[in-house]
Ligand binder design. Structure first.
Ligand code: SF4
Length: 380
């Protein structure tokens, strides 16, 4: 069964003034999502922090020569999962560097000690372990993936994701954010979006803004995501994430996008993307994140009561009940969702394998959000 993609193909002219842009974005959000704003209560598992890429803004990646470089063992994965379970998490997000074994002998050796040749094979088995041993739903964020990798991961993950980040090939030039990053060549990421769509995977993607791209390149990236969704219906959410300066990165002196830049980009995304695509911005990367509600978001993404944001470790997650109170003041009810959005459960048909569909459905309430809403003490 196909998921309905609403609206005819349209050029989406953007209102010019900021106020008009914001009010049009909010009108679309309110009509489709109402006044509920969601989050996913999750535990983050950084399976490996080694990566064959070297993005100029990344603080997560560790060179294999670093004492901090690692691949988590199955025991460590399960220990994190169980901590998440105890705190009411429903999702386990596997995040990891891209294909370190293709570049580094140390990564190949580390995988071999665990009995594997490829990181995605190890990831697949860790997803299966989480499904067998816990109640959590794996969501996989492993970067660019080949057809066989998506097919291997699909039965053991409820959803998958990969930030498109940008469509700008300029950023792969020397001195730019994605120089010498084979997985950040835009066509490679667009291919992964397409492969996920062809294989009916509920998929999360998004933009990383402020890394050297122009406004026009941002808009082109949003149109590329929308075009992929129109072909396949698989884009469940789009994240608009703001670049963060950190002292230990190549781009330590690069300016951060300001609040107005974020608001403009969020609103443009809400107008360009089909209304059924959830729009998300992280709440821990700006002290003024509540303003994002005024630009059309309907989701805060993953928030963990147990693990830090490994990608932006200097930025703590908001306390979930405090976030609920701030949302309420702004006129929104905070609701907990699962890693898979409701429409893939309620109308999705073949988006999830039968075993995964029944597992996720058992955790969902009537509207497809999480049946247990821990932050307001609703636990069935
Ligand atoms: S941002 Fe991702 S792809 Fe880039 S270096 Fe860091 S882990 Fe690797």
């Amino acid at each position: 069964m196909n998921i309905a993609v609403t609206g005819a193909m349209r050029p989406n002219p953007l209102p010019r003034g900021l106020d008009d842009l914001l009010s049009e974005a909010c009108r679309i959000r309110d009509a489709h999502w109402g006044r509920a704003v969601t989050y996913s209560r999750k535990v983050f598992v950084p399976l490996t922090n080694m990566c064959r890429d070297t993005c100029g803004y990344c603080t997560f990646v560790k060179h294999p020569s670093s004492p901090e470089a690692r691949i988590m063992t199955p025991e460590q994965v399960l220990a994190s999962a169980r901590r998440g379970e105890r705190e009411g998490c429903k999702e386990l997000l596997f995040s990891l560097g891209e294909k370190p074994e293709l570049r580094y002998e140390a990564a190949r050796d580390g995988l071999a000690r665990l009995g594997y040749a490829r990181m995605t094979d190890y990831l697949r088995d860790m997803c299966a372990l989480v499904l067998a041993e816990t109640s959590l739903l794996p969501h996989v964020n492993a970067g660019t993936l080949a057809d066989d990798e998506i097919e291997a991961l699909r039965p053991v993950s409820a959803s998958m994701g990969m930030m498109l980040e940008t469509i700008s090939r300029r950023l792969t030039r020397r001195g730019m954010a994605h120089h010498a990053c084979p997985d950040k060549v835009p066509v490679q990421r667009l291919r992964t979006l397409e492969r996920a769509g062809l294989r009916r995977v509920p998929f999360t993607t998004g933009l990383l803004i402020g890394i050297g791209e122009t406004w026009e390149e941002r808009i082109a990236a949003l149109h590329a995501i929308e075009a992929s969704h129109r072909r396949h219906g698989h884009i469940q959410e789009v994240i608009i994430q703001n670049f963060q300066r950190k002292p230990d990165i190549e781009m330590a002196d690069h300016p951060e996008p300001d609040l107005e830049d974020m608001l403009r980009t969020i609103a443009a995304a809400r107008i360009i993307l089909s209304p059924e695509i959830s729009l998300q911005a992280p709440p821990n990367l700006s002290s003024r994140h509540i303003a994002y509600l005024g630009a059309g978001i309907n989701d805060w993404g993953g928030i963990s009561p147990v693990t830090i944001d490994f990608i932006n470790p200097q930025h703590e997650w908001p306390e979930i009940r405090a976030l609920a109170a701030s949302c309420k003041t702004a006129g929104f009810a905070l609701r907990e969702r699962l890693t898979v959005y409701p429409r893939y459960l309620l109308d999705g048909g073949d988006y999830l394998d039968p075993a995964m569909l029944s597992r996720v459905s058992a955790m969902a309430g009537a509207g497809g959000l999480a049946r247990a809403q821990h932050h307001i003490g609703e636990t069935p």
